[in-house]
Design a binder for this molecule. Sequence first.
Ligand SMILES: [Zn+2]
Length: 177
Amino acid sequence: MPHYEAMDGLSFVCPQCKQRHTGLPALACGEPAAFLGEPGHERPVERFGDDFYVVEGQDFFVRVVLEIPIIGQNQNLEWGVWGSLSPANFQRYWDSFEDNDQSKLDSMFSYLSNEILGYPGSLGLPACLFHRDNRLRPLLLLDPDRDHPLVHDQKHGITAARAIELAMPVLHPQGGA
Ligand SMILES: [Zn+2]
């Protein structure tokens, strides 16, 4: 039986490389799963730093954090993902981006704009963005009334074993050591 210890970050003997890993990597999605047009009619994309992504001046996305609690651990499983915003909310977030007190912003409606590995059908789940102080990226909280495994797991948490399984493609890309 694998043995999991609660400490400063999850520490575990890896089922793949048999070494001990401490902490789980953040799982990152490089860009939003936006509709980029048909071949030959691609929609122009503008990317501003690591946090802002605009398609054809019409579809607006920002980088956010999706957390899933790990039961019995003091670490969450964390995804760096994209959430959509209305043009007005995108502007509000943009204008306050350098501020250290962004939690003063109202929460903002958003759609999760990535398909999360291990959670088919998660792309497009409705959510709310909560802004944080000290230049931390906003937290994305899925609409708790939606019936989807990712919503369930964000509400109730996942086991350490499941978190490790979800992180494995990042710990060991393409099954390599
Ligand atoms: Zn490993």
